[in-house]
Each structure stands twice: as C-alpha cells, then as structure tokens.
Design a protein around this ligand. Structure first.
Ligand SMILES: [Fe+2]
Length: 352
C-alpha cells in the first residue's frame, strides 16, 4: 500500500483504502480502479491523502510522490507564531498549543502522513522545519514509551520550542561548519539557557516542557550541556527530545555537511545509547520504526530501490525487503532479500 497526494493520482491506480469526505460520506470504495472522472470528482472534495494498492504498476515518480502540503502548511504557521511568541508571549501560545494538538491527534489516530525521516530541506528554514519534525518524532516516541495524551502534549510543546533560544544566536555562527572558536561554540551552547529564559515567561507552559528547552543537549553520561546533568537527573521528556533532535538533525542536509544515511543515523543512536542517549528510549524509538517502515519505498547504498516487507526487531536497519526495478512498462518486483544476510548493502533513504 502506498500513500500519495491526490494531485499525483493517475487513471489505472487501484484504491487500497476507501475514501471518505470531510462529512464521512463514502466517496469511493476500497479496490476501486481509478478513472479520469473519479479523479476529477476527488479534486472537488477536501481529500488530502489517498492510499493506493502497491501491486499495480506505476511509474517511480508517482511512488515518490509525497504529502508535502500538510507539513509545509504547519511550518508556515509555526514560523509566524515563533517570532510573534517572543513579543506577545501568552496570546500567541494558544496557536502553538493548537498546532501541537493537531499533530497529536494525527499521531493518536495512527496516521503516518506527517513524518518524514530523511527529507531534504533547505537550510534557510532549517530551525523551523527541524522543530516541527522533532515535535512529531518526540510525540511518536512518547507514545511508544507509553505516555498518555496529557504528557504527549507537554512533550510536543517543549519539542516544538526546544531550539527557540537560537533566535538570539548570530545566524552566521549557526551556519558555520568547522573552525568554530571556543567563544562561538559557547554562544551556540547558550541557546539552551537563553531559550529557557524565554519560555520561563510563558505562564501557560509547564515546567516539564520548559526543561526540554533547557536540557535537550544533556547527555546521560553527564558530559552534555548546559549543566552536565546525568541519567535520571535529566527529565525524561528532555531525554526523549534529545534523541529526536539528533535523529532529525543528522538526517538532514546542512550547509556544512550532507545528510547521513538512514542506517548510519540509526547506528549512531545505537552506538551512543547509554552514553549520550537513554538506552531504553533509544530501544523504544527503534521499535516505533516498525509501524513506520513496513511498506515503505527505500533506496539502497547500491542505488537500487526496494520496498520494506518485514521489519526486523533485532536489527531495525536490516529488514526483509523486496527489490524493485523500474522499467518502461512499470515497476517490476524482483527478489526478496533479508538485509541481515547482505552486508554490503544498507538503507540510505526512506521515501514516503
Ligand atoms: Fe538545540
């Protein structure tokens, strides 16, 4: 099953899920073969996502179609709120809160539409795009750990604002790659305490969410900043966001380096669990990939494309996959491979 934007629909595709209108009126049945008039009809309704059957043969461009609209919309909304929040504090807080609730309801309904693990984003809106992604990831991880709605909202709010202190850091320093002076590095580190000062004046934000802003760069071994807190001294919400922050940052292209591959980012989390990251939370994070990865189109280090068929809980980056090949007549399914047995191949990219 593949999820695509309604704009990417083409005649000949078969629906993997029924389509309902906003008023819950059935528009099209599951299994329906799409024809031009059907597609036209769908454009008149507020339908954002459509699930189509994988087994039919489509050009690769369609398979790579992504639901960008929702995420872009959220980013624009947040960008405005983020700068206004500094001036208007509590009056703007409600908008941020609504945004988190909107994302949370999507997560609780098990929709996958918002998350993108390896999306390449432009660097000028990096902080905003990153904050939204970390918010999404942190609530997914929180859910996988077992937190209820009330706590997930606190996690989401703190995650969305975690880097708010960067508004006070010189843009040039933030974009700099290597050769940071001690002074410049110290300036970057101060975004945690600056951010905490900023959110302290938000009366509606609880202290647990504020801790996320202050402590998301603390390491469980006590070598992080700003305070060098250890293990349990770091609030669990800050430990959650610490993982999601690194995961998203490393998965993204930056001015000074290319995005890491999906497998490398996951391996980084595994290698540093118990040192930088909370070990139990890293394990919960990897478990949450099961829902995310199965059925996804991926790119392998050899350049081949494949679809994830079965997640491997013991080796989250090495699932059972089916290699596919793009030919003039469509997509041809090829051999089924167990990535645990093929060591010269790894996942470099996960498509929507
Ligand atoms: Fe940060």
């Amino acid at each position: 099953m593949l999820r695509i934007r309604k704009e990417a629909l083409k005649p000949g595709m078969r629906l993997a899920k029924p389509i309902f209108t906003e008023e819950d009126q059935l528009l099209l049945h599951k299994g329906e073969l799409l024809k031009g008039p059907f597609i036209q009809r769908m454009k008149n309704y507020d339908v954002k996502e459509v699930y189509i059957d994988w087994h039919h043969q489509y050009p690769m461009e369609i398979m790579e179609g992504i639901i960008q609209d929702t995420q872009n919309q959220i980013q624009d909304q947040f960008k405005t709120s983020f700068s206004r929040l500094i001036d208007n504090k509590n009056s703007e807080f409600e908008k941020i809160e609504n945004l988190v609730e909107e994302i949370l309801s999507e997560i609780l309904e098990n929709k996958k539409l918002l998350i993108d693990l390896t999306e390449v984003r432009s660097t000028d809106n990096y902080t905003f795009a990153h904050s939204v992604n970390v918010c999404i990831l942190a609530m997914i991880l929180g859910k996988s750990i077992g937190y209820g709605k009330k706590n997930l909202k606190k996690i989401g709010l703190g995650a969305l604002l975690h880097d708010i202190g960067k508004v006070g850091v010189d843009e040039e320093i933030l974009k700099k790659s290597k050769g940071l002076t001690d002074g410049e590095y110290g300036e970057i580190k101060r975004h945690t305490t600056k951010g905490y000062e900023l959110v302290k004046s938000l009366d509606l934000l609880c202290e647990e969410s504020r801790r996320i802003v202050r402590d998301h760069h603390e390491w469980v071994n006590g070598k992080g900043y700003p305070k060098g807190l250890k293990g349990g001294e770091i609030h669990p919400f800050a430990r959650i966001v610490g993982i999601c922050d690194q995961f998203d940052a490393l998965s993204t292209d930056r001015v000074y380096r290319k995005a890491w591959s999906f497998s490398d980012v996951v391996e980084y989390l595994i290698v540093y669990q118990g040192e930088i990251f909370d070990e139990n939370f890293v394990q919960a994070f990897l478990r949450s990939f099961e829902v995310y990865l199965e059925g996804r189109l991926i790119e392998l280090s050899s350049g081949r494309n494949a679809v994830v068929r079965k997640f491997n809980r013991s080796f989250p980056t090495r699932p059972m996959i089916q290699v596919i090949q793009r030919e003039a007549k469509g997509i041809i399914e090829q051999e089924l491979l167990d990535l645990t047995k093929i060591h010269n191949e790894k996942i470099v990219k996960v498509y929507h």
